[in-house]
Design a protein around this ligand. Structure first.
Ligand code: MSP
Length: 511
């Protein structure tokens, strides 16, 4: 069975921003980790193309929504390739195969007697594509996420009987592993405890959407349509997709990784819709925090939006990944600070990991004829070997519980401890006495071996840097051998040649 992991399907009102890059990088790391652990992974991403927001964006540009969506969807796929995102499926909700899945799903929900016609009155945020619950001073109230006024809507819509699923949803969310982290679960438990209300699943004022069968002028509400993108993605092969095909091919999702802004949709509405259609609910909803820039919300009007394209071309993939994964605890809000970014990359990647590789491979090349020395252990209990074993265990444990920042810190700590081991033992002094040679060999071998393990541990986090490190040790990751086996101590081959060193990470300068 596949391990299915998803990013949100991003709105195509604009090209990817740092927030969408963040979510996608985290998903990519988890997907890479699971593949390395031998799981058959299906990593789904894509775009959410329908709805009022997109319709208006296209109108403002004076082009057809379809033309607009084609343009932005392509930008998304190009971006994800530039960021080396290892997605398996990219779903567009304007595809025909997705439409047939939505229609099939709707029929099932209708058969469960969960659809009825009603009147929807309320204040709507077009940015969120969501009705807001009775905000005070509704006419002047601005949505805190989009900083825009709400719009009053009063129209005939089809409704989904969410209230019928109160008990089932309470049971699902009471399972601690369903919503993580705990703060996010508490938010939802609190929301659900107030009583679930039915929600409208069609619109009469939006033409850019999937038509509701049997209801002229109605299109499906964009969220009803978009969530199903996860299902259609699983079986989509351009032309055909169906619920049965998706169920057979791997539904339910193992993890929906999302931002905290869209938690209700994923942890409440979506499970209820699935139960109604006789389908299994996702196993986990992982809600991460929001990124700010120098302590402020990022926004076009504030002029502080970070353009991911610029970040990528200026710094490259690894530094941005490292900062986002290691410096932000998954689940908490994070701040992107230019100075901190430069400091972290210089300290962690250039000074700690990069330097470690440079100094040890140059010592080994100089003293041992461009080769790895013999693994001649003279101490029965090499300190570094023990450090490395513990680091690997803790790293695995943290990845399993999706504490990617902790996993990244384990790698960094191993590099720090390896540097310390070198400084404590001072092989550059020992090497002057011939009698010390066996001990020097032990030290250099241990340090090279620890660096090899650091390189391998970086594979899911920083794929580029990881291969550069292992190439320089002449010991690359071999697909045919399980990753965990390759993480065992002592596999660096004695007397193997060390290739010519090249810089693996450049120090960054403040702008
Ligand atoms: N189209 C819906 C999702 C439908 S899923 C079936 C949507 N799209 S979105 O383009 O607005 O993307 C929202 C997601 O982008 C957030 O949940 C989060 O993953 C990411 N982020 C957007 N801004 C962000 C930050 N400032 N910080 C971190 N992530 C944020 O909602």
């Amino acid at each position: 069975m596949s391990f299915v992991i998803t990013t949100p399907l991003y709105y195509v009102n604009d090209k990817p921003h740092l927030g969408s890059v963040y979510t996608t990088i985290i998903c990519d790391s988890i997907a890479r980790y699971k593949r390395l652990k031998g799981e058959d992974v299906m990593f789904i991403t894509g775009v959410d193309e329908h709805g009022l927001k997109i319709q208006r964006t296209a109108n403002e540009k004076g082009i057809e929504p379809k033309t607009h969506c084609d343009e932005i969807s392509e930008i998304f796929t190009i971006n994800w390739k530039n960021w080396d995102i290892s997605f398996d499926k990219f779903i567009r909700t304007s595809s025909k195969s997705h439409e047939s899945v939505v229609n099939e799903f709707y029929e099932r929900v209708k058969e469960s007697n969960d659809i009825y016609m009603g009147v929807q009155k309320g204040w709507y945020c077009v940015g969120c594509e969501e009705f807001k619950d009775n905000p005070e001073n509704s006419a002047t109230y601005k949505c805190p996420i989009h900083q825009k006024n709400l719009e009053w809507k009063n129209e005939e819509n089809l409704f989904f009987r969410l209230s019928k699923y109160q008990k089932q949803i309470e049971k699902i969310i009471s399972e601690p592993s369903f919503i993580e982290p705990i703060e996010r679960r508490n938010e939802i438990v609190n929301f659900v405890s107030k009583g679930l209300k039915d929600f409208s699943i069609s619109r009469t004022n939006v033409s850019w959407g999937i038509p509701v069968p049997g209801h002229l002028n109605h299109t499906f509400y964009v969220w009803f349509d978009a969530l199903l993108g996860y299902v259609s993605a699983i079986s989509s092969n351009e032309t055909e997709s169906s619920l049965e095909m998706s169920i057979n091919a791997g539904w339910p999702a193992d993890i929906h990784l999302i931002g905290k802004d869209i938690l209700r949709f994923h942890a409440v509405y979506w499970p209820a819709m699935l139960i109604s259609a006789g389908m299994r609910v996702p196993k986990k909803v992982l809600g991460h925090g929001f990124l700010t820039r120098e302590g402020q919300k990022m926004g076009k009007s504030l002029g502080n939006v970070l353009d991911p394209d610029q970040l990528l071309s200026r710094y490259g993939n690894d530094p941005v990944r490292w900062y986002l994964i290691k410096d932000i605890s998954l689940g908490s809000d994070g701040d992107f600070q230019d100075k901190r970014f430069v400091d972290i990359i210089n300290n962690d990647l250039a000074n700690t990991i990069g330097n470690l590789l440079n100094r040890t491979s140059s010592m080994s090349r100089k003293w041992f004829d461009n080769k790895v020395p013999n693994n001649e252990k003279i101490s029965t209990n090499n300190k570094l070997e023990n450090f490395a074993k513990i680091a690997v265990e803790k790293y695995m444990h943290n990845f399993e519980i999706y504490k990617l920042d902790h996993a990244a810190n384990e790698v960094l700590n191993l590099a720090i401890n390896t540097n310390l081991y070198l400084n404590d033992n001072q092989p550059w002094l020992l090497v002057k006495e011939k009698d010390n040679l066996p001990f020097v060999k032990e030290i250099i071998y241990a340090v090279l071996e620890s660096t090899r393990i650091i390189g391998l541990l970086l594979l899911p986090l920083l794929p580029e840097l990881s291969s550069k490190i292992n190439e320089q040790l002449g010991s690359i990751y071999k697909k045919e051998i399980p990753w965990e086996e390759q993480l065992r101590w002592g596999l660096l081959i004695s007397n193997s040649s060390l290739p010519k060193p090249t810089p693996i990470i450049n120090k960054l300068e403040y702008e």
